[in-house]
Design a protein around this ligand. Structure first.
Ligand SMILES: Cc1cc2nc3c(=O)[nH]c(=O)nc-3n(C[C@H](O)[C@H](O)[C@H](O)COP(=O)(O)OP(=O)(O)OC[C@H]3O[C@@H](n4cnc5c(N)ncnc54)[C@H](O)[C@@H]3O)c2cc1C
Length: 276
C-alpha cells in the first residue's frame, strides 16, 4: 500500500550509548506491574522517539547491587575475557523526563526470571546498565484510529502511546492481564475504548484470551477501515495468532500492522519481530 507521506512509518537510528543508572524510586502501578525510576548524568542525551522503542537492560548478578558493564566498540558491546557477561533483557522506555533527569521503566512481574526477580527486590541506590535505544519506529498519530493489542509486557508501550496521542485521535486497546486487579487507568487525550481480558479462569488449552477478545471486537464503522494502524505485542505464540487473524480474517494490510513477540513461553529473553 502506498502511504500518504504523513502516514508513513519513519525509522530513526540513534548512536549506541551504554549508561549506568541508579534506582531513585520503586512504585507499584498494580500488584503485577512495578514502575522503577532511574537517574544518572549520562541521561542528559537520552532519546526515545517512539513508544515502540526498547532499551537493553543489563542486570547485576544475583546478590550484587551493580552490573558488570561491557565497553562500547565500533560494532557493539565488548566484553573483557575474564568478566562475567551480565544478563540482558529488553524493556520499553515508559517515560523520560529530561528536566528531572529520570527514566522510568515498568516491569511486569511473573513467576521467575532474572529481570522479574531483580525488579521484585529493587531498592533505591541499586544500579542497572541501559543500552540504546538503537533505533525507533515512529508510527504517525494521524491514522483514523489506532488499535493497540497486548499483554502485561506491552502495557508500558501502550500506556505511553495513549499518553502521546493528541486530542481528536481515536484508539481501541485490547489488553490481556492476569485478573481485574491488573487493570490500569490510562491518561490520554484520545477518545479511548478499552477491552480487558483475563488469563485467570481461562481455558489454557483453548485460544489465548487475547485472540478471543480481538475476534470479538466490533471494529469502528462495523468493518474494515483502511485508515487504522494496528500495533500488537506480547507472548510470541499469542501475537502470531492475533496477527494471522487480523491479516486473514479482518483484511488488515501488512503495511498497517506491526506485531512483535515480547517474550516466548518456555524460552528466555526472546524478541521476535513477526512482520514479514
Ligand atoms: C521490545 C521489547 C520491549 C519490552 N518491554 C517490556 C516492558 O516495558 N515491561 C516488561 O515487563 N516487559 C517488557 N518486555 C518483555 C520482557 O523483555 C520479557 O518478559 C523478558 O523475558 C523478561 O525477562 P525475565 O528475565 O524476567 O524472564 P526470562 O528469563 O526471559 O524468562 C524466564 C521464564 O519466564 C517466562 N516469561 C518471560 N516473560 C514473561 C511474562 N511477562 N509473563 C509470564 N512468563 C514470562 C519465559 O517464557 C521463561 O519461561 C519487552 C520485550 C521486548 C522484546
Amino acid at each position: 500500500m502506498q502511504e500518504p507521506s504523513d502516514l508513513a512509518v519513519v525509522r530513526v537510528r540513534h548512536p549506541l550509548r551504554l549508561r549506568l543508572l541508579r534506582v531513585t524510586r520503586v512504585e507499584a502501578v498494580t500488584p503485577h506491574l512495578l514502575r522503577i525510576a532511574l537517574a544518572g548524568d549520562s541521561l542528559a542525551d537520552f532519546v526515545s522517539a517512539s513508544f515502540d522503542d526498547h532499551v537493553k537492560v543489563l542486570f547485576p548478578a544475583p546478590g550484587q547491587e551493580s552490573p558488570v558493564l561491557p565497553t562500547l566498540g565500533p560494532s557493539g558491546f565488548v566484553y573483557a575475557d575474564d568478566a562475567p557477561r551480565p544478563t540482558m533483557r529488553d524493556f520499553t522506555p515508559r517515560n523520560f523526563d529530561l528536566e528531572a533527569g529520570e527514566l522510568e521503566l515498568e516491569f511486569a512481574l511473573h513467576e521467575a526470571g532474572p529481570a522479574s526477580d531483580w525488579a521484585r527486590q529493587a531498592q533505591v541506590g541499586h544500579q542497572l546498565g541501559i543500552g540504546g535505544p538503537r533505533g525507533s519506529r515512529v508510527i504517525p498519530a494521524g491514522f483514523d484510529w489506532h488499535l493497540l493489542i497486548g499483554d502485561d509486557t506491552a502495557l508500558p508501550a501502550i500506556a505511553r502511546r495513549l499518553e502521546e496521542l493528541p486530542a481528536g485521535a481515536r484508539a481501541v486497546a485490547v489488553l490481556e492481564v492476569e485478573d481485574p486487579d491488573a487493570r490500569l487507568e490510562f491518561a490520554t487525550a484520545a477518545a479511548l475504548q478499552v477491552h480487558w481480558c483475563y488469563r485467570r479462569g481461562a481455558d489454557s488449552g483453548a485460544e489465548s484470551p487475547l485472540l478471543q477478545a480481538v475476534r470479538a471486537l466490533a471494529w469502528p464503522q462495523g468493518g474494515r477501515d483502511d485508515s487504522a494502524y494496528v500495533w500488537a505485542a506480547g507472548e510470541s505464540g499469542a501475537i502470531r495468532a492475533v496477527r494471522q487473524h487480523l491479516l486473514n480474517e479482518r483484511g488488515v494490510d501488512k503495511s498497517r500492522l506491526h506485531a512483535a513477540g515480547y517474550w516466548k513461553r518456555g524460552a528466555q529473553g526472546v524478541h521476535e519481530s513477526l512482520d514479514d
